[in-house]
Ligand binder design. Sequence first.
Ligand code: PHE
Length: 337
Amino acid sequence: IQAEALEKIAQADKMNQLQDIKVAYLGKKGSLTGVLRGMGKLSKEERPVVGEIANRVRESITAALNEKNEALEKIALEEQLEAEAVDVSLPGRPVPNGGPHLLTSIVEEIEDLFIGMGFEVREGPEVETDYFNFEALNLPKNHPARDMQDTFYITNELLMRTHTSPVQARTMKGNEESSPVKMICPGKVYRRDTDDATHSHQFTQIEGLYVDRDVRMSDLKGVLDKFAKKMFGSDREIRLRPSFFPFTEPSVEMDISCKVCHGEGCSVCKHSGWIEILGGGMVHPNVLEMAGYDPKEFSGFAFGMGPERIAMLKYGINDIRQFYLNDKRFLKQYHKA
Ligand code: PHE
Protein backbone atom coordinates (compact mmCIF):
# COMPACT_ATOMS: atom_id res chain seq x y z
CA ILE A 1 0.00 0.00 0.00
CA GLN A 2 2.72 2.46 0.98
CA ALA A 3 4.73 2.01 -2.18
CA GLU A 4 1.65 2.25 -4.34
CA ALA A 5 0.44 5.43 -2.60
CA LEU A 6 3.82 7.15 -2.69
CA GLU A 7 4.16 6.34 -6.38
CA LYS A 8 0.77 7.90 -7.11
CA ILE A 9 1.61 10.97 -5.04
CA ALA A 10 4.86 11.42 -6.93
CA GLN A 11 3.01 11.27 -10.24
CA ALA A 12 0.21 13.60 -9.24
CA ASP A 13 0.45 17.09 -10.76
CA LYS A 14 -2.90 18.55 -9.71
CA MET A 15 -4.34 19.40 -6.33
CA ASN A 16 -7.53 17.42 -6.87
CA GLN A 17 -5.50 14.29 -7.65
CA LEU A 18 -3.90 14.58 -4.21
CA GLN A 19 -7.33 14.86 -2.68
CA ASP A 20 -8.43 11.67 -4.50
CA ILE A 21 -5.34 9.81 -3.28
CA LYS A 22 -6.00 10.91 0.28
CA VAL A 23 -9.54 9.59 0.08
CA ALA A 24 -8.44 6.35 -1.58
CA TYR A 25 -5.92 5.45 1.17
CA LEU A 26 -6.78 7.38 4.31
CA GLY A 27 -10.49 8.07 3.85
CA LYS A 28 -13.28 6.16 5.63
CA LYS A 29 -13.36 3.57 2.89
CA GLY A 30 -9.65 3.88 2.08
CA SER A 31 -7.43 0.84 1.80
CA LEU A 32 -5.23 1.70 4.82
CA THR A 33 -8.32 2.37 6.87
CA GLY A 34 -9.51 -1.05 5.80
CA VAL A 35 -6.33 -2.64 7.17
CA LEU A 36 -6.80 -0.89 10.52
CA ARG A 37 -10.42 -1.99 10.64
CA GLY A 38 -9.45 -5.59 10.02
CA MET A 39 -7.14 -5.53 13.05
CA GLY A 40 -9.90 -6.93 15.27
CA LYS A 41 -9.53 -10.24 13.53
CA LEU A 42 -5.81 -10.47 14.30
CA SER A 43 -4.23 -12.26 17.21
CA LYS A 44 -3.01 -10.44 20.28
CA GLU A 45 0.62 -10.76 19.21
CA GLU A 46 0.01 -9.60 15.67
CA ARG A 47 -2.01 -6.55 16.55
CA PRO A 48 0.73 -4.20 17.86
CA VAL A 49 3.05 -5.20 15.04
CA VAL A 50 0.48 -4.55 12.33
CA GLY A 51 -0.75 -1.44 14.14
CA GLU A 52 2.74 0.01 14.24
CA ILE A 53 3.33 -0.73 10.56
CA ALA A 54 -0.05 0.77 9.60
CA ASN A 55 0.69 3.92 11.60
CA ARG A 56 4.06 4.34 9.94
CA VAL A 57 2.45 3.88 6.55
CA ARG A 58 -0.20 6.51 7.40
CA GLU A 59 2.45 8.93 8.59
CA SER A 60 4.56 8.52 5.51
CA ILE A 61 1.56 8.89 3.16
CA THR A 62 0.38 11.98 5.07
CA ALA A 63 3.87 13.49 4.96
CA ALA A 64 4.21 12.76 1.25
CA LEU A 65 0.77 14.31 0.59
CA ASN A 66 1.68 17.46 2.52
CA GLU A 67 5.00 17.79 0.81
CA LYS A 68 3.49 17.35 -2.63
CA ASN A 69 0.69 19.76 -1.75
CA GLU A 70 3.21 22.44 -0.84
CA ALA A 71 5.17 21.85 -3.99
CA LEU A 72 2.05 22.13 -6.16
CA GLU A 73 0.99 25.32 -4.38
CA LYS A 74 4.37 26.82 -5.04
CA ILE A 75 4.16 25.96 -8.71
CA ALA A 76 0.66 27.42 -8.93
CA LEU A 77 1.84 30.65 -7.28
CA GLU A 78 4.76 30.91 -9.67
CA GLU A 79 2.49 30.39 -12.64
CA GLN A 80 0.15 33.08 -11.36
CA LEU A 81 2.99 35.53 -10.83
CA GLU A 82 4.26 34.89 -14.30
CA ALA A 83 0.82 35.36 -15.85
CA GLU A 84 0.20 38.60 -13.98
CA ALA A 85 3.65 40.03 -14.47
CA VAL A 86 3.75 43.73 -15.43
CA ASP A 87 6.32 44.80 -17.95
CA VAL A 88 7.51 48.03 -16.39
CA SER A 89 9.60 48.82 -19.44
CA LEU A 90 6.56 49.17 -21.75
CA PRO A 91 5.70 52.78 -22.68
CA GLY A 92 2.57 54.02 -20.86
CA ARG A 93 -0.69 54.80 -22.63
CA PRO A 94 -0.80 58.58 -23.08
CA VAL A 95 -3.57 60.41 -21.21
CA PRO A 96 -4.56 63.43 -23.31
CA ASN A 97 -3.95 66.68 -21.47
CA GLY A 98 -6.80 69.08 -20.83
CA GLY A 99 -6.19 72.79 -20.57
CA PRO A 100 -7.93 76.03 -19.78
CA HIS A 101 -10.39 77.42 -22.33
CA LEU A 102 -8.86 80.14 -24.51
CA LEU A 103 -11.20 82.70 -22.96
CA THR A 104 -10.12 81.69 -19.46
CA SER A 105 -6.46 81.98 -20.45
CA ILE A 106 -6.93 85.42 -21.99
CA VAL A 107 -8.88 86.74 -18.99
CA GLU A 108 -6.19 85.42 -16.65
CA GLU A 109 -3.47 86.96 -18.78
CA ILE A 110 -5.23 90.34 -18.70
CA GLU A 111 -5.83 90.02 -14.95
CA ASP A 112 -2.13 89.33 -14.41
CA LEU A 113 -1.12 92.41 -16.38
CA PHE A 114 -3.37 94.68 -14.33
CA ILE A 115 -2.52 93.01 -11.02
CA GLY A 116 1.07 93.88 -11.96
CA MET A 117 0.00 97.53 -12.15
CA GLY A 118 -1.61 97.45 -8.70
CA PHE A 119 -5.22 96.63 -9.58
CA GLU A 120 -7.37 94.34 -7.44
CA VAL A 121 -9.73 91.82 -9.05
CA ARG A 122 -13.43 92.22 -8.16
CA GLU A 123 -16.64 90.52 -9.16
CA GLY A 124 -20.28 91.53 -9.40
CA PRO A 125 -23.66 89.90 -10.06
CA GLU A 126 -24.81 89.00 -13.58
CA VAL A 127 -28.43 89.58 -12.62
CA GLU A 128 -28.33 93.31 -11.90
CA THR A 129 -30.69 96.01 -10.83
CA ASP A 130 -31.74 98.75 -13.19
CA TYR A 131 -30.21 101.11 -10.66
CA PHE A 132 -26.63 99.80 -10.85
CA ASN A 133 -26.67 98.85 -14.54
CA PHE A 134 -28.01 102.24 -15.66
CA GLU A 135 -29.06 104.84 -13.11
CA ALA A 136 -25.93 104.87 -10.96
CA LEU A 137 -24.00 105.22 -14.22
CA ASN A 138 -25.71 108.48 -15.12
CA LEU A 139 -28.29 106.76 -17.32
CA PRO A 140 -31.64 107.79 -15.82
CA LYS A 141 -34.86 106.10 -16.96
CA ASN A 142 -35.77 107.05 -20.54
CA HIS A 143 -32.24 108.30 -21.24
CA PRO A 144 -31.72 107.79 -24.99
CA ALA A 145 -28.30 106.27 -24.46
CA ARG A 146 -29.98 103.21 -22.95
CA ASP A 147 -30.69 102.26 -26.55
CA MET A 148 -26.96 101.64 -27.03
CA GLN A 149 -27.39 98.41 -25.10
CA ASP A 150 -30.37 96.20 -25.88
CA THR A 151 -31.25 94.67 -22.58
CA PHE A 152 -32.73 91.40 -21.36
CA TYR A 153 -35.18 92.48 -18.66
CA ILE A 154 -36.31 90.02 -15.99
CA THR A 155 -38.70 92.43 -14.26
CA ASN A 156 -39.01 96.21 -14.46
CA GLU A 157 -36.17 96.56 -12.00
CA LEU A 158 -34.10 93.42 -12.64
CA LEU A 159 -32.10 92.66 -15.77
CA MET A 160 -29.13 90.72 -17.11
CA ARG A 161 -26.27 93.21 -16.86
CA THR A 162 -25.37 94.68 -20.25
CA HIS A 163 -21.82 95.56 -19.19
CA THR A 164 -19.47 95.20 -16.22
CA SER A 165 -19.70 98.93 -15.47
CA PRO A 166 -22.26 98.42 -12.63
CA VAL A 167 -19.35 96.95 -10.66
CA GLN A 168 -17.78 100.44 -10.74
CA ALA A 169 -20.79 101.82 -8.90
CA ARG A 170 -21.02 98.83 -6.56
CA THR A 171 -17.34 99.03 -5.64
CA MET A 172 -17.45 102.75 -4.88
CA LYS A 173 -20.75 102.57 -3.01
CA GLY A 174 -19.54 99.59 -1.00
CA ASN A 175 -16.46 101.51 0.08
CA GLU A 176 -17.64 103.09 3.35
CA GLU A 177 -14.68 105.44 3.79
CA SER A 178 -14.81 106.51 0.13
CA SER A 179 -11.11 105.79 -0.11
CA PRO A 180 -9.14 105.25 -3.34
CA VAL A 181 -10.16 102.32 -5.52
CA LYS A 182 -8.09 100.50 -8.11
CA MET A 183 -9.80 97.45 -9.46
CA ILE A 184 -10.61 95.39 -12.52
CA CYS A 185 -13.69 93.22 -12.88
CA PRO A 186 -13.98 90.39 -15.40
CA GLY A 187 -17.37 88.79 -16.03
CA LYS A 188 -20.18 87.75 -18.30
CA VAL A 189 -22.50 90.33 -19.85
CA TYR A 190 -25.70 89.98 -21.88
CA ARG A 191 -27.26 91.90 -24.75
CA ARG A 192 -30.31 91.31 -26.86
CA ASP A 193 -28.27 90.86 -30.03
CA THR A 194 -28.61 88.35 -32.84
CA ASP A 195 -25.59 86.05 -32.81
CA ASP A 196 -23.25 86.33 -35.78
CA ALA A 197 -19.51 86.36 -36.40
CA THR A 198 -19.01 89.52 -34.35
CA HIS A 199 -22.04 89.55 -32.00
CA SER A 200 -23.12 87.28 -29.20
CA HIS A 201 -26.04 87.62 -26.81
CA GLN A 202 -23.61 86.73 -24.05
CA PHE A 203 -19.96 87.70 -23.99
CA THR A 204 -17.22 88.75 -21.60
CA GLN A 205 -16.00 92.13 -20.44
CA ILE A 206 -13.21 93.34 -18.21
CA GLU A 207 -13.93 96.60 -16.44
CA GLY A 208 -11.22 98.81 -14.99
CA LEU A 209 -11.65 101.58 -12.42
CA TYR A 210 -9.11 103.79 -10.74
CA VAL A 211 -10.36 106.52 -8.41
CA ASP A 212 -8.04 108.63 -6.29
CA ARG A 213 -7.05 112.21 -5.76
CA ASP A 214 -5.56 113.65 -8.97
CA VAL A 215 -6.16 110.80 -11.38
CA ARG A 216 -5.80 112.16 -14.90
CA MET A 217 -6.46 111.22 -18.48
CA SER A 218 -2.71 110.75 -18.92
CA ASP A 219 -2.85 108.02 -16.25
CA LEU A 220 -5.48 106.23 -18.29
CA LYS A 221 -3.38 106.54 -21.40
CA GLY A 222 -0.25 105.32 -19.63
CA VAL A 223 -1.96 102.27 -18.14
CA LEU A 224 -3.61 101.32 -21.43
CA ASP A 225 -0.42 101.82 -23.40
CA LYS A 226 1.41 99.50 -21.04
CA PHE A 227 -1.40 96.98 -21.29
CA ALA A 228 -1.43 97.05 -25.11
CA LYS A 229 2.33 96.65 -25.39
CA LYS A 230 2.44 93.77 -22.92
CA MET A 231 -0.52 92.05 -24.56
CA PHE A 232 0.35 92.52 -28.22
CA GLY A 233 4.05 93.39 -28.32
CA SER A 234 6.23 96.40 -27.55
CA ASP A 235 6.05 97.62 -31.16
CA ARG A 236 2.33 98.42 -30.80
CA GLU A 237 0.96 101.94 -30.53
CA ILE A 238 -2.35 103.07 -29.05
CA ARG A 239 -4.61 105.90 -30.14
CA LEU A 240 -7.47 107.47 -28.18
CA ARG A 241 -10.43 108.81 -30.14
CA PRO A 242 -13.20 110.98 -28.65
CA SER A 243 -16.37 109.05 -27.99
CA PHE A 244 -19.42 109.08 -25.77
CA PHE A 245 -20.49 107.10 -22.72
CA PRO A 246 -22.92 108.63 -20.21
CA PHE A 247 -20.73 107.52 -17.30
CA THR A 248 -17.45 109.01 -18.48
CA GLU A 249 -16.54 112.57 -19.39
CA PRO A 250 -14.57 112.93 -21.54
CA SER A 251 -15.06 109.52 -23.16
CA VAL A 252 -12.69 107.76 -25.49
CA GLU A 253 -12.36 104.71 -27.63
CA MET A 254 -8.95 103.14 -27.89
CA ASP A 255 -7.45 101.75 -31.06
CA ILE A 256 -4.32 99.70 -31.30
CA SER A 257 -1.98 99.79 -34.29
CA CYS A 258 -1.72 96.82 -36.61
CA LYS A 259 1.41 97.97 -38.36
CA VAL A 260 3.21 94.78 -37.57
CA CYS A 261 1.13 92.05 -39.12
CA HIS A 262 1.50 88.37 -38.35
CA GLY A 263 -0.30 86.25 -40.93
CA GLU A 264 -3.99 85.85 -40.32
CA GLY A 265 -4.20 88.53 -37.61
CA CYS A 266 -3.76 91.15 -40.34
CA SER A 267 -7.16 90.51 -41.82
CA VAL A 268 -8.87 91.84 -38.67
CA CYS A 269 -7.23 95.21 -39.21
CA LYS A 270 -8.31 95.74 -42.83
CA HIS A 271 -6.62 98.78 -44.36
CA SER A 272 -6.82 101.49 -41.72
CA GLY A 273 -3.89 100.17 -39.70
CA TRP A 274 -5.84 100.63 -36.45
CA ILE A 275 -8.37 98.47 -34.63
CA GLU A 276 -10.66 99.48 -31.79
CA ILE A 277 -10.23 97.42 -28.64
CA LEU A 278 -11.92 99.24 -25.77
CA GLY A 279 -13.96 102.13 -24.44
CA GLY A 280 -13.09 104.29 -21.48
CA GLY A 281 -12.79 107.77 -20.09
CA MET A 282 -12.76 109.89 -16.95
CA VAL A 283 -15.42 108.84 -14.45
CA HIS A 284 -18.34 111.27 -14.75
CA PRO A 285 -18.70 113.57 -11.70
CA ASN A 286 -22.34 112.47 -11.36
CA VAL A 287 -21.22 108.83 -11.05
CA LEU A 288 -18.68 109.75 -8.37
CA GLU A 289 -21.24 111.80 -6.49
CA MET A 290 -23.96 109.13 -6.58
CA ALA A 291 -21.43 106.65 -5.16
CA GLY A 292 -20.57 109.00 -2.28
CA TYR A 293 -17.31 110.44 -3.61
CA ASP A 294 -16.79 114.19 -3.70
CA PRO A 295 -15.94 114.99 -7.34
CA LYS A 296 -14.07 118.09 -6.18
CA GLU A 297 -11.67 115.90 -4.23
CA PHE A 298 -11.63 112.71 -6.28
CA SER A 299 -11.24 111.92 -9.93
CA GLY A 300 -10.90 108.65 -11.74
CA PHE A 301 -10.69 106.77 -14.97
CA ALA A 302 -12.61 103.73 -16.16
CA PHE A 303 -12.44 101.44 -19.14
CA GLY A 304 -14.17 98.36 -20.44
CA MET A 305 -12.79 95.83 -22.90
CA GLY A 306 -13.92 92.56 -24.46
CA PRO A 307 -11.47 89.70 -23.96
CA GLU A 308 -13.02 87.76 -26.86
CA ARG A 309 -12.16 90.65 -29.11
CA ILE A 310 -8.63 90.83 -27.70
CA ALA A 311 -8.14 87.09 -28.29
CA MET A 312 -9.58 87.35 -31.81
CA LEU A 313 -7.12 90.09 -32.58
CA LYS A 314 -4.19 88.35 -30.97
CA TYR A 315 -4.77 84.99 -32.66
CA GLY A 316 -6.53 85.97 -35.88
CA ILE A 317 -9.85 84.33 -34.94
CA ASN A 318 -12.62 85.60 -37.20
CA ASP A 319 -15.80 84.30 -35.54
CA ILE A 320 -16.74 85.08 -31.93
CA ARG A 321 -18.97 81.99 -31.83
CA GLN A 322 -15.84 79.83 -31.72
CA PHE A 323 -15.52 80.76 -28.04
CA TYR A 324 -18.84 79.19 -27.12
CA LEU A 325 -19.03 76.10 -29.35
CA ASN A 326 -16.59 74.05 -27.27
CA ASP A 327 -15.13 72.48 -30.38
CA LYS A 328 -12.06 70.72 -29.04
CA ARG A 329 -10.25 70.98 -32.37
CA PHE A 330 -10.43 74.76 -32.04
CA LEU A 331 -9.68 74.96 -28.33
CA LYS A 332 -6.76 72.52 -28.41
CA GLN A 333 -4.75 74.86 -30.59
CA TYR A 334 -4.47 77.28 -27.68
CA HIS A 335 -3.47 74.83 -24.96
CA LYS A 336 -0.01 75.58 -23.74
CA ALA A 337 2.29 72.55 -23.83
N1 PHE B 1 -19.47 99.85 -20.43
C1 PHE B 1 -19.05 100.30 -21.73
C2 PHE B 1 -19.62 99.35 -22.80
O1 PHE B 1 -19.98 98.26 -22.46
C3 PHE B 1 -17.56 100.36 -21.83
C4 PHE B 1 -16.98 101.37 -20.89
C5 PHE B 1 -16.54 101.01 -19.64
C6 PHE B 1 -16.88 102.71 -21.29
C7 PHE B 1 -16.01 101.95 -18.77
C8 PHE B 1 -16.34 103.63 -20.42
C9 PHE B 1 -15.91 103.25 -19.18
O2 PHE B 1 -19.68 99.69 -23.95
